[in-house]
Design a binder for this molecule. Structure first.
Ligand code: HEC
Length: 194
C-alpha cells in the first residue's frame, strides 16, 4: 500500500517534469561546461525515474530517503564518487548536525542516515543514472567500530543491494577524520544550517 502511494506521487512528479524538459534527458553541452541551471534541468528530467528505480525493490530506505531534507542546493559534481553529480539528503536525526559542516565535529548522533543520489553525463551528453549511497551511524560496540561506527551501503539504479566492502568506502572516508568521516558537499552547494 505504502508503495502504491509512493508510485502515485512519483507519477504526478513525472507529468510536470516531462512537459518542461527534453524527454531523452540529454544535452549538447560538455559535462564540465554545464551551468547550474542546466544540471538542474537534467536532474529534474531523470529524477522521477531515478527515484522509482532505487525504490523498485521495496527497500525501506530507498523509498524513504527522498522525503528527507536535502543538504545540498543542487546536484553538484565534486570529482569524487567517479566524478558523478551527487545530491545529498539527511534524515531528521542527523540533519541539523550535518548541515553545520563542522571540521571539528564529534560523532554524528547514532541513527543519523545520509543518502546520496548520483548520476553522470556521458561524452555523448546523455544522462546516466548512478547508484544510491548510504551512511548510517551505528552505536559503538558492534561491527562498525572498525569503520568509525558508520555502516556503508549502496543500491543500484534498479534498487538492488550492491556488494560493497565497508573498508572500500571507509578507506577513503576516513581521510575526513576531523569531520567524523564525512566528505560534505562542495561548499558552493551546501544548504545553510541556520
Ligand atoms: C575515493 C573516495 C571515496 C570513496 C571510495 C567513497 N566515498 Fe563517499 N564521499 C566521498 C566524498 C569526497 C564525499 C563528499 C562529496 C559530496 O558529497 O559532494 C562523499 C560523500 C558520501 C556520502 C554523503 C555523506 C558525506 O560524506 O558527506 C555518502 C552517504 C557516501 N559518500 C557513501 C559512500 C559509500 C557507501 C561508499 C562505498 C560504496 C563511498 N561513499 C565511497 C569520497 C568517497
Amino acid at each position: 500500500m505504502k508503495k502504491l502511494i509512493a508510485a502515485g506521487a512519483l507519477l504526478t512528479g513525472l507529468s510536470v517534469s516531462s512537459a518542461a524538459f527534453a524527454a531523452d534527458c540529454s544535452t549538447d553541452v560538455k559535462k564540465d561546461d554545464l551551468s547550474d541551471e542546466q544540471v538542474q534541468s537534467l536532474y529534474d528530467c531523470i529524477k522521477t525515474e531515478l527515484r522509482e528505480g532505487y525504490a523498485s525493490k521495496g527497500g525501506e530506505l530507498t523509498a524513504e530517503y527522498s522525503s528527507w531534507k536535502a543538504a545540498s542546493t543542487l546536484p553538484a559534481a565534486p570529482g569524487v564518487h567517479s566524478k558523478r553529480f551527487l545530491f545529498t539528503f539527511v534524515n531528521d536525526i542527523g540533519f541539523d548536525e550535518y548541515v553545520k559542516y563542522s571540521d571539528e565535529r564529534g560523532p554524528m548522533p547514532v541513527g543519523s542516515i545520509i543518502a546520496k543520489e548520483s548520476f553522470n553525463v556521458s561524452k555523448k551528453g546523455k544522462v546516466k543514472k548512478g547508484p544510491l549511497f548510504f551512511m548510517t551511524k551505528a552505536a559503538a560496540g558492534g561491527e562498525a567500530d572498525k569503520y568509525g561506527n558508520w555502516v556503508y551501503a549502496a543500491f543500484s539504479t534498479k534498487g538492488k543491494v550492491m556488494k560493497i566492502k565497508q573498508s572500500f568506502c571507509h578507506d577513503c572516508h576516513k581521510a575526513f577524520e576531523d569531520q567524523d568521516a564525512l566528505g560534505y558537499p562542495v561548499e558552493d552547494y551546501r544548504v545553510s544550517g541556520n
